[in-house]
Structure formats: structure tokens, C-alpha cells
Design a protein around this ligand. Structure first.
Ligand SMILES: [Zn+2]
Length: 347
């Protein structure tokens, strides 16, 4: 352990930049990374404003940040695939490798997973971090640190696209054009969708998503989404619906949007239980999928960024210095509809 400066959430509503004791020894199978860029995520902001997310409660000071990229500065015993100087991004959730979930390949739902900036686990808004090499991924030379720090939220979109089992030429609908909805739309297009209807109430969010070829923005304040989807699909319905808003109202419209035999992918988390029309789902023989974070998506995500097939740079709205971290979080709390991703850069 060693004292390191970090962005610490002391309790709900209270952030400080101060020294805190953090692990500093690079053990076997681990690497030490000098952080370069860390993204501000909705979950970090939610802990700041609400002090908890579902069952996860901030009971003691916690370092925030989990969307990270940096440079390897130390390599532990037995690590062969990474070396000092490598530019990398890191997967923030570390499961117990011996757990049943891990052995089944579903390590993201291991009940024992330790995920950065999910209480009581510290995050990475601090200059250096020690991390398992197996969850640290080398970035191609043409992928920047800023893009590397976008791999974490993009991996959620990739998990959604993967679970949808998209077929080439599919039509998808994404409900909710927040950062995750936008990532899902981009991943669905990369996964073979011919077009992705993105629906939201906020025009600035739709304008950002509409920069991507294949996205059809629909402002549900002005247009009847079900009629639009019916017109686009000759009344058949969309192959895949990605619910990314968590809104009960969105859940109430799903059945009008999806085609018989289609799939609904639940990505957004409603705060309270929502009603679900089992009879219609059954008579349409729908498939229902859920997404919790991601598993096995980092390498695929990095490959798409490196190939140039996916460009996440248009989603980076503003960059703050580490010393401006609290300012970055207060800006995120404003929830400007023109902001997709705010990032913090270490100098
Ligand atoms: Zn995140």
C-alpha cells in the first residue's frame, strides 16, 4: 500500500482530491499502469448524487472512475504478453477465476466480481493502478488513450449486439439515445444491422447519434415511433429492439415495435419493476435477452476501433485535467444533452 492522490467520493454529494492509501505492489500476474485517460460514467455520477446504486451503497470513502487507459510501467512475475511501455486499456471487473460463473464463461455475473468504483472497490481516478494482466489489453498504435478509455462503455454495446444475435441486414430499434444507447446503436451497425432507428426525446442526443451512417433518428416528442417502424419494415416490425432507457413508458411500447420472432434486449435498468406483456411476447414467440456489463468484449471492441470500422471520437464531448476532476463531475451532474462522454486526462 502507498499514499496516492485520488478523486475520492467521501459520501453522497462530497468529492475531494486527496491522498488515500491504495495497493501499490505489482504481484505475480499483475501489471502497474500509469493512467492517461479516465472517462466519467453515469454510474460514477450516480454514486456522487445518490450515494448508491441498487444494493451497492457508498459506506466509506471510495475512489471513483472505471473507464481507463494508460501505459504499463511495471510488469509482475509470470506476465508474458505485456511489457513496460505498452499502451493499454483495462477491463474494470475482476471475477474470481475459480467461481462457477467464471468457469462457465459468464464471469461478468460472478457474484464475487470486484468492479472498479462499485462499493467497496476503489476506482482509478488516481495516477497509478495495479491490475491483473489478464484484464489489461494492448491498444493498437492508431487507437488513442481517449478512445481506449471509451472501450469500457462500448463493450456494453458490444455485449448487447452479441446477445441480440444480429443477422446481416437486420433492422434494429434503440430506445434511449444516452451514452449507452448510442454505443449500442454503433455496435449493432458494426454487427451487421442495415439500419438502426434511435429514439429519444432530446434532439441534441439524436443529432449526435445521427452522425453515424445507418442511424435513423426519431424524436418521439414529434413523431409516432411505432408508425415510423411499421413504415420502414412494411408493417412487419423491427428484428431487434434494444431497450436502453430504463423507462416504463418505453417498455409499454416495445410490443408494437418488434416483429414476430424478433428479440428484445434489455440494457437499461428501470428503477422499479415494469409491466411486461407476456401474452403478446408468447404469441409472437419473442426472444428476451438481458445485458449486465460484458464478458469477452474488450478484444473485439479494440479490433473494431483499430480497423477504423468504428470511430468513437465524435462522442468525446470535453476533456478535463485530473486537478479539474471535481469540475468534470459537477459538469456531468448538469447532464447537458449535448454531452456524451466527459473524460479526465492525467498530465
Ligand atoms: Zn462506465
Amino acid at each position: 500500500m502507498a499514499m496516492q492522490r485520488a478523486l475520492v467520493l467521501e459520501r453522497q454529494h462530497e468529492l475531494t482530491l486527496r491522498d488515500i492509501d491504495l495497493p501499490a505492489e505489482t504481484g505475480p500476474g499483475q501489471v502497474k499502469i500509469k493512467l492517461h485517460t479516465v472517462g466519467v460514467c453515469g454510474s460514477d455520477v450516480h454514486y456522487y448524487t445518490h450515494g448508491k446504486i441498487g444494493p451497492f451503497v457508498v459506506n466509506e470513502p471510495m475512489v471513483l472512475g472505471h473507464e481507463a487507459a494508460g501505459t504499463i510501467i511495471e510488469v509482475g512475475e509470470g506476465v508474458t504478453h505485456l511489457k513496460v511501455g505498452d499502451r493499454v486499456c483495462m477491463e474494470p471487473g475482476i471475477p474470481d477465476p475459480h467461481s462457477k460463473a467464471s468457469r462457465l464463461g459468464m464471469y461478468n455475473i460472478d457474484p464475487a466480481v470486484r468492479f472498479w468504483a462499485t462499493p467497496p472497490i476503489h476506482g482509478v481516478l488516481t495516477p497509478e493502478v495495479v491490475h491483473p494482466a489478464n484484464y489489461t489489453f494492448k491498444l493498437p498504435d492508431n487507437v488513442s488513450f481517449a478512445e481506449g478509455a471509451m472501450v469500457e462503455p462500448f463493450a456494453v454495446g458490444m455485449q448487447a449486439a452479441t446477445k441480440a444475435k444480429i443477422a446481416p441486414g437486420d433492422t434494429a430499434v434503440v430506445l434511449g439515445a444516452g451514452p449507452i444507447g448510442t454505443m449500442v446503436a454503433i455496435a449493432a451497425l458494426a454487427g451487421g444491422c442495415a439500419r438502426v432507428v434511435v429514439a429519444d426525446l432530446a434532439q441534441p442526443k439524436l443529432d449526435i447519434a445521427a452522425q453515424y451512417q445507418g442511424v435513423i433518428p426519431v424524436n418521439i416528442r414529434e413523431t409516432d415511433l411505432a408508425a415510423d417502424v411499421a413504415r420502414l419494415t412494411d408493417g412487419w416490425g423491427a428484428d431487434v429492439i434494444f431497450e436502453c432507457s430504463g423507462s416504463p413508458k418505453a417498455w409499454a411500447t416495445l410490443m408494437q415495435l418488434v416483429r414476430p420472432g424478433g428479440v428484445i434486449v434489455a440494457v437499461g435498468l428501470p428503477i422499479d419493476p415494469v409491466a411486461f406483456d407476456v401474452s403478446t411476447a408468447t404469441t409472437k414467440e419473442l426472444r428476451i435477452e438481458t445485458v449486465f456489463r460484458y464478458a469477452h468484449q474488450y478484444e473485439r471492441s479494440i479490433a473494431l476501433l483499430g480497423s477504423g470500422r468504428v470511430d468513437l471520437k465524435p462522442l468525446i464531448s470535453e476533456t478535463f485535467t485530473f486537478e479539474e476532476s471535481i469540475k468534470a463531475f459537477d459538469r456531468a451532474v448538469e447532464a447537458r444533452p449535448t454531452d456524451v462522454k466527459l473524460q479526465i486526462m492525467f498530465e
